[in-house]
Design a protein around this ligand. Structure first.
Ligand SMILES: [Zn+2]
Length: 219
C-alpha cells in the first residue's frame, strides 16, 4: 500500500512533457529527467513533480519517490501518482494516443500502471485534462485505458443471439400453423407472419445500429 500521510494512493494521473518529438533525442532519459527537474525547481518546487517519466523508446525512470506527495495536478496531488510521457507538444486533449506518442510508450505506460497496481489499490487512471483546463497529456486517458477491453464480437453478443433465435423459431412455428389453415385463412396468416417478420428484422436492425455505435465510441 502506498500512502501519502494517512491517504492511500488510489489514483494515477497521466501527463506529458509537452516537448517536441525530437526533443533531446540524442540524450539519455536521465538528462531529460534532469532538465524537467530543473523546470520544476524553478517553479519553487522541492523536486521534480512527477513520480515516473517514460521516454519515447519506452524506458522509464523514477522521479519523486511514490510515497511522497508529487506536484503534478493542483488539488489532487495527495493520493495520486503522476506519470509523465515525454512528448506531446502541440497535442489536444482528445487526440488519439498514436498521434503524439509511440507504441513503446503505450506498452510501457500499461506495464507501469500494472506495476503500481501491485503496490497499491488503484481505482482511477486519469488524464490531467480531466481535472484542469489543459490539453495534457494529449489523449483521452479513460478511452485509451479501456481500449484493452474490446467489445464482444457481433456474433458473441447474447442479445443479438437471442434475437436471431427468436426470428428463426418464430418463422418455424408460423410455417407449421399456416400449413394447418386453408384457403383465405392461409393468406391472412401469411400477411400476419410477414408483418411480424418485418418488425423483428427492424428490431434486429436497431440492435445492430446500437452495437455499432457502442463499438465506435471506443475508437
Ligand atoms: Zn499535466
Amino acid at each position: 500500500m502506498i500512502k501519502h500521510g494517512n491517504k492511500v494512493v488510489d489514483t494515477i494521473f497521466v501527463h506529458c512533457s509537452a516537448t517536441r518529438k525530437d526533443w533531446m533525442d540524442d540524450k539519455p532519459l536521465a538528462a531529460k529527467v534532469a532538465e524537467i527537474k530543473k523546470w520544476h525547481l524553478a517553479n519553487g518546487w522541492k523536486d521534480i513533480g512527477y513520480h515516473w517519466i517514460i521516454d519515447r523508446d519506452g524506458q522509464r525512470m523514477r522521479g519523486r519517490v511514490e510515497n511522497v506527495v508529487g506536484s503534478h495536478v493542483a488539488g489532487h496531488n495527495t493520493g495520486s501518482i503522476g506519470i509523465c510521457l515525454i512528448g506531446g507538444h502541440g497535442s489536444n486533449e482528445n487526440d488519439p494516443f498514436e498521434k503524439n506518442f509511440t507504441p513503446q510508450q503505450d506498452e510501457a505506460l500499461r506495464d507501469l500502471i500494472e506495476d503500481i497496481k501491485n503496490r497499491t489499490e488503484i481505482e482511477k487512471v486519469r488524464g490531467h485534462s480531466e481535472v484542469a483546463a489543459k490539453a495534457c497529456p494529449g489523449f483521452n486517458v479513460t478511452r485509451w485505458f479501456d481500449r484493452k477491453t474490446p467489445h464482444k464480437k457481433l456474433s458473441e453478443s447474447t442479445t443479438m443471439r437471442a434475437g436471431a433465435v427468436q426470428l428463426v423459431s418464430g418463422a418455424g412455428a408460423a410455417a407449421t400453423s399456416i400449413a394447418a389453415f386453408d384457403g383465405k385463412a392461409q393468406i391472412i396468416a401469411l400477411v400476419f407472419v410477414g408483418v411480424a417478420a418485418l418488425a423483428t428484422i427492424w428490431i434486429m436492425r436497431e440492435r445492430i445500429r446500437k452495437w455499432v455505435r457502442e463499438e465506435g465510441e471506443d475508437a
